[in-house]
Ligand binder design. Structure first.
Ligand code: AMP
Ligand code: MG
Length: 353
């Protein structure tokens, strides 16, 4: 069965379309929908059968818990127990928005939704269509990113159709998402709280309110270190294009000079190298298929275009991909976290000539 695709105005979604999508969710079906971060694959978060279906559709390992999306502040305490004051403060400040918080779960949340854990991840997305859909579905929508497990998260409805078009009932097409990387995840079952996944809401922003906050030591691993990340989903190779991806560090000139050599070698061997660059450096490359994903002066553009560029490289049938490192000041932590995972932590240094 092919998913129906309904175009919606993301700011003022047609109530009939939302009602139809809500009906599907209440009936145990699956609906993909836009949020401000990436497209989500929604099911009724309180229905164990819906959560099972989500895992099946995505090919997601069943120990990788789903985020429960809510649309009303008063719904938080229905799914989450023991909510610290500091977390309520963050909810007031950042919700609706790209921040997910983890608490002990209440009994209404099925283990099928939490991947067998006694904790639940909750978020209120900052997107009128997503909020309307959650209300229409009864208030609790479990939604991981709407990609096949392991692939880059979808930032356009066409990415969802490409990955899951055969598996789900409906795709709400609200155009391109705003942020383009998944939410920041903060675990409040630990004290002090721990960042399990970096995102648009940065460590510095959280520190203003929380003072003390730790990064999960399992993040930003080189493959030699072996502390597993606490968020099960961060343990898998993830966000990955089909062609092998390598991150190349060094000054702009060093990286360009080195990649010009590597891309030429790839061409001579009958392949095609994709090069992920930025506005400032794109003209330095003479070989390979070069894609600029934005200017380093606006790392939000880089974050927003990253997954789309990785998917385009797949369609353009590149045989390998090289990326510059994007350790930019604001979103650099989140961008590099996703890029390193997409690269399976394959990072090389351009030689210093
Ligand atoms: P996605 O929905 O694809 O953005 O992935 C959700 C992320 O949240 C995954 O990395 C999960 O492992 C993580 N997550 C969700 N619930 C929990 C939880 N209760 N404890 C730890 N990590 C969680
Ligand atoms: Mg995901």
């Amino acid at each position: 069965m092919k998913a129906q695709i309904i175009k919606i105005d993301p700011k003022h979604p047609d109530p009939k379309s939302i009602e139809e999508a809500g009906r599907i969710l209440r009936g145990g079906g699956l609906v993909a929908f836009p949020t401000e971060t990436v497209y989500g694959l929604g099911g009724d978060g309180l229905n164990p059968k819906s959560s099972d279906k989500i895992y099946q559709a995505k090919g997601r390992p069943s120990d990788n818990p789903l985020i429960v999306h809510i649309a009303r502040m008063q719904d938080l305490s229905k799914v989450a127990a023991q909510i610290p004051e500091a977390a309520l403060g963050l909810a007031e400040k950042f919700w609706p928005g790209p921040l997910t918080m983890i608490f002990p779960k209440t009994p209404v949340v099925p283990y099928e939704t939490t991947g067998g854990l006694d904790s639940v991840a909750v978020r209120m997305p900052d997107h009128p269509a997503a909020l309307a859909l959650i209300r229409a579905a009864g208030g609790f929508v479990a939604a991981p990113s709407a990609n096949r497990s392991g692939r880059p998260s979808p930032t356009l409805a066409s990415h969802v159709a490409e990955d899951l078009g055969e598996e789900i009932d409906l795709i709400l097409d609200g155009g391109m998402v705003g942020i383009g990387l998944e939410s920041t995840i903060v675990d409040f079952t630990e004290s002090p709280p721990v960042i399990l996944r970096p995102g648009f809401v940065s460590r510095e922003m959280l520190e203003q309110d929380l003072g003390n906050i730790r990064m999960d030591p399992g993040l930003d691993q080189t493959s030699e270190q072996k502390t597993p990340p606490k968020a099960p989903g961060m343990r898998y190779r993830h966000y990955a294009p089909k062609a092998p991806l390598t991150i190349v560090e060094g000054t702009a000139d060093q990286v360009a000079e080195y990649l010009n050599v590597l891309a030429r070698q790839e061409e001579q061997a009958g392949g095609l190298a994709g090069i992920l660059a930025c506005d400032e450096t794109a003209r330095l490359y003479q070989s390979g298929l070069v894609k600029s994903i934005g200017s380093r002066s606006s790392d939000q553009a880089i974050a927003r275009h990253l997954y789309q560029a990785l998917r385009e490289f797949d369609q353009e049938r590149v045989t390998c991909i090289y990326s510059e490192a994007f350790d930019t000041p604001q979103m650099g932590q989140a961008i590099m976290n996703r890029l390193r995972k997409a690269a399976g932590h394959c990072v090389i240094q351009a030689p210093d000539k």
